[in-house]
Design a protein around this ligand. Structure first.
Ligand code: ZN
Length: 358
């Protein structure tokens, strides 16, 4: 009987979708940490682990130039197009393009728009847009840090422009600060940007004092992390800062820049998060989405360069979104020593964000 072969945990009320297309493998970066093998490893792990069969697979559409222009200058977009037409080139010391990179980048931004559309129309509860190139470092006029178009920023603008909502929360736990995303909404009270990131570190932004400006003051929340902090510190940042800030803001949609480079086994940075830690963060985000915004939750892949880590972390995140309580963590916890200073850091952020009074 079919019912007996179904996994016991599978909860049909939790409709979770995955946005993916092989076009993302055609952004050919050669011998670069941000390479097509990342998505290939994730997709084969989702297949082999049986997680993929419980997901609703959504093919992405390309973003239009008009949609990109909500975040990027027209001149910048046409420059990217012409670099691809010329056969590709380096855009900055970290960011390279191949002939198909422009097309892949249109589908990366568009993949998030597909995910946002599905979530806002309540066709699915949550979605994971498994795209590349990543986006959170891309600014209005500049590619940087492996990013070409700022996928998550375009998705936030798109949601505000098309679905009659006025408040979007972006949570960014990539190990690097999302300078491009912060910049896109620095003066804008409709988008609250919350970031945890190793600091000081690339790209240099993301201090506690960067809180937004003008009407956007108070709508940028940075939690700089000392190299070596891990699950406990990230979870406290989520529980003690993100949750109260999100409740105060009352988002109507939550977008997540999910970078799995804070994992202890990712050599690009020095944090000590585990797969279990990422699953705990996903649980907080899933609970916030249920409590505050009718479960409208969209994850997108940013960084994460250890193939086993990204495969296991995306799987664990999808397990959380699908209601599976059993998290598989093949790499285990970090064992390194942790630097001091967390209590003072979190107290200072509570002061700056006005979370101490009441
Ligand atoms: Zn990163």
């Amino acid at each position: 009987m079919a019912i007996l072969s179904r996994q016991l945990w599978y909860n049909e009320d939790m409709r979770t979708s995955l946005v993916y297309d092989p076009i993302y493998l055609e952004h050919n970066t050669g011998n670069h940490p941000e390479n097509p093998q990342r998505l290939a490893a994730i997709m084969s792990h989702l297949e082999e682990s049986g997680v993929k069969k419980n997901l609703i697979l959504l093919p992405p559409r390309p973003a239009s130039v008009e949609e990109l222009e909500m975040v990027h200058d027209a001149d910048y977009i046409s420059r990217i197009k012409s670099v691809a037409e010329r056969g590709g080139d380096w855009l900055d010391p970290d960011t390279v393009m191949s002939p198909k990179s422009y097309k892949a980048a249109l589908y990366a931004a568009g993949g998030l728009l597909t995910a946002v559309e599905a979530v806002m129309k309540e066709e699915v509860n949550s979605s994971f847009a498994l795209v590349r190139p990543p986006g959170h470092h891309a600014t209005r006029t500049q590619a940087m840090g492996f990013c070409i178009f700022n996928n998550v920023a375009i998705a936030a603008k798109f949601a505000l422009a098309n679905f009659n909502i006025g408040r979007v929360l972006i949570v960014d736990f990539d190990v690097h600060h999302g300078n491009g995303t912060q910049e896109a909404f620095y003066n804008n009270p409709k988008v609250l940007y919350f970031s945890t990131h190793q600091y000081p570190f690339y790209p240099g932004t993301g201090s506690i004092d960067e809180i937004g400006s003008g009407e956007g003051e108070g709508y940028t929340v940075n939690f700089p992390m000392a190299a070596g902090w891990g699950d406990e510190e990230y979870l406290r940042a989520f529980n003690e800062i993100l949750i109260p800030v999100a409740r105060r803001f009352q988002p109507q949609l939550i977008l997540v820049s999910a970078g799995f480079d804070p994992h202890w086994a990712d050599t690009i940075a020095m944090m000590q998060v585990s797969i279990t830690g990422f699953a705990q963060m996903a649980t907080v985000l899933n609970n916030l989405a249920s409590e505050l915004c009718r479960e409208r939750l969209v994850f997108t892949l940013e960084g994460g360069y250890n193939l086993q880590v990204v495969a296991s972390a995306v799987r664990a995140t999808l397990d959380v979104l699908s209601g599976n309580p059993q998290i598989v963590d093949p790499l285990g916890k970090a064992t390194g020593r942790k630097p001091e200073g967390f209590e003072e850091r979190i107290k200072k952020i509570k002061e700056v964000q006005h979370l101490l009074q009441q």
